[in-house]
Write a protein that binds this ligand. Structure first.
Ligand code: IDP
Ligand code: MG
Length: 137
């Protein structure tokens, strides 16, 4: 049974011209891109997407950052793609994300209130279904 996940190239990734490199890594791994769109996410979409983080110290900076420019939303499919893409992305903090991962190879800490770490990937089947509904409705 195939599985689908939501991947976002965040505004820092788009602004740095890394959309192609990130798509390349997803496809090179063997996952199939079955949806692709570029959009400027509004506050309503971002509040729904990041509802679990409301009230945290980085929440407002996160919403502001994610509103700062276009995002590329990707629907990717494959057996265990949710776990597999999280592994490709690397850990949240780009300073310590393992080399070989998207965040480890291409990201760094810019000393801001929120980590600009290039990509988002859904973290469970439930999140993936919810998030794909938000970004590809
Ligand atoms: P994830 O993207 O690795 O799943 P989450 O905990 O879901 O990480 O956090 C969502 C986003 O919020 C992160 O990707 C990052 O941009 C930002 N973020 C998370 N934790 C922190 C933090 O402790 N300081 C600054 N920014 C953070
Ligand atoms: Mg997360």
């Amino acid at each position: 049974m195939s599985e689908a996940t939501l991947i976002l190239v965040k505004p820092d990734g788009v602004a740095r011209g890394l959309t192609g490199e990130i798509l390349r890594r997803i496809e090179a791994k063997g996952y199939v891109v079955t949806g692709l769109r570029m959009l400027e996410a509004d506050r309503e979409l971002l509040a729904a997407h990041y509802a679990e983080h409301e009230g945290k110290p980085f929440y407002e900076p996160l919403i502001e950052f994610m509103s700062s420019g276009p995002t590329v939303a990707i629907r990717a499919e494959g057996h265990r793609v949710i776990e597999g893409f999280r592994s490709l992305a690397g850990t949240t903090d780009p300073s310590t994300a393992a080399p070989g991962t998207i965040r480890g190879d291409l990201g760094r800490d810019w000393g801001l209130k929120v980590q600009q770490n290039l990509v988002h990937g859904s973290d469970s089947v439930e999140s993936a279904e919810r998030e794909l509904g938000l970004w590809f409705s």
